[in-house]
Design a protein around this ligand. Structure first.
Ligand code: NAD
Ligand code: UD1
Length: 347
């Protein structure tokens, strides 16, 4: 057996790949487990290049118990950072069974094998979407969840949170951290890893970048009549490298502390920016054009949501350090260096 390792499910993806870099910097050993359904081996090669050493990669699906057993047998896995999941909101409405099977059933399979191997430490990627349409701002972790979620993707995150809480009630030797991400954007400073959405992006920042690079003609701003500062939707955008750092802090926290319940923390900046503010910042920082039209609201969107990030600061000693300029600049750097993302590149 080699040294203890962290299993990073979904480690080839957007947030996972950035987290690998931070884990490596903090001297953690890890194994990536990913079925590449929404990612590319090229991302793994790029991470290896950034960290200056090979990345241990095992291709596999979290729903495949046999394959998980092989991986848990091969490596001494001490904890799991669980990113693997599907995340396209619209697709989840069209294919709910696929989403629940992949995200919820997949997580159950993973937890079963972890239990079998007595590996009971997990950091789970949840989302601010579990709060639905919160009445008060900023959002704190003790506020109601599960109500007003508008799609199966969001409900899958809520269900997994509940499953993890029940698991802890049944066996308090589990150490569980649930990180509720707000809106991750940006890319690693190298410009060599970043978000590579398939087809037309659903999310704001990759859409802005693709308009700026000329791949898409115009941005549609969904709704100009929200009760917000300028009528457009307000979100808590967080730099993906800050988010990645939060995972290192969460792993450290689980290593050091015994918990009497799962740790649940918001991972956001505590600041809300409107769509128009994001466009303005992107144009200014990168000196590019971002043509847009204000159109109807998108179904399922809330007007405004941003985090109270105090709990993460108090318990994890983590806070977001990178500002909106760095988010916009790094997104553009990645996009302009890799206009086609990871595709057509043969590395
Ligand atoms: P991503 O799609 O880039 O990464 C997810 C990775 O999981 C991909 O590499 C994919 O191939 C892999 N995967 C999916 N299903 C799998 C399965 N059954 N078995 C093995 N691997 C599988 O997404 P991301 O943006 O990096 O998100 C990571 C996690 O964070 C996801 O769980 C997502 O729901 C959650 N999250 C993301 C956001 C966001 O805005 N990006 C916000 C909140 C929460
Ligand atoms: C969306 C998902 C959420 C998911 C998150 C990350 C919905 C309802 N919510 O969050 O579940 O966790 O992505 O994957 O889809 N906007 C535009 N034009 C665009 C795209 C977005 O104006 O082309 C606006 C939106 O209306 C919103 C803001 O930009 O006000 C951010 O949108 P987006 O990046 O999609 O994130 P969320 O909607 O917050």
């Amino acid at each position: 057996m080699e040294n203890k390792k962290i299993l990073v499910t979904g480690g080839a993806g957007y947030i996972g790949s950035h987290t690998l870099v931070e884990l490596s910097q903090a001297s953690y050993d890890f194994v990536v487990y990913d079925n590449l359904v929404n990612s590319s081996k090229v991302a793994i090669n790029r991470v290896a290049n950034i960290i200056g050493k090979d990345v241990v990669f095992e291709e596999g699906d979290i729903r495949d118990s046999k394959r998980l057993v092989e991986v848990f047998t091969k490596y001494d896995i001490d904890s799991v950072i669980h990113f693997a999941g599907l995340k396209a909101v619209g697709e989840s409405v069209e294919k709910p069974l696929y989403y629940y099977d992949n995200n919820v059933n997949g997580t159950i399979k993973l937890l079963e094998i972890m239990k079998e191997f007595n590996c009971k430490k997990i950091v789970f990627s949840s989302s601010a979407t579990v709060y639905g349409d919160p009445k008060e701002m900023p959002v704190t972790e003790d506020m109601q969840t599960g109500q007003g979620i508008t799609n199966p993707y969001g409900r899958s995150k809520y269900m997994i949170e509940e499953i993890l809480k029940d698991l802890f009630i049944s066996d308090s030797s589990w150490k569980i951290a649930i990180l509720r991400y707000f809106n991750p954007v940006g890319a690693h400073e190298s410009g060599n890893i970043g978000e590579d959405p398939e087809g037309v992006p659903n999310n704001l920042m990759p859409f802005i970048s693709q308009v700026a690079v000329g791949k898409l003609e115009k941005l549609k701003v969904f709704g100009g009549d929200y009760p917000t500062k300028d009528g457009t939707g307000v979100r808590d955008y967080i730099h993906v490298v800050d988010l990645a750092e939060a995972h290192v802090k969460a792993v450290e926290f689980l290593d050091k502390n015994n918990l009497d319940k799962p740790l649940i923390v918001n991972i956001g900046t505590g600041r809300g920016y409107s769509v128009l503010e994001m466009i303005k910042a992107f144009k200014k920082v990168n000196q590019v054009k971002v043509p847009y039209d204000i159109v109807n609201r998108r179904a399922g969107d809330v007007a405004k949501i941003y985090a109270n990030p105090k709990k993460a600061k108090e318990l994890l000693n983590w806070e977001a350090k990178r500002d909106i300029e760095q988010m916009c600049q790094s997104s553009w750097d990645w996009q302009s260096k890799n206009p086609r993302g990871y595709s057509i590149i043969d590395e």
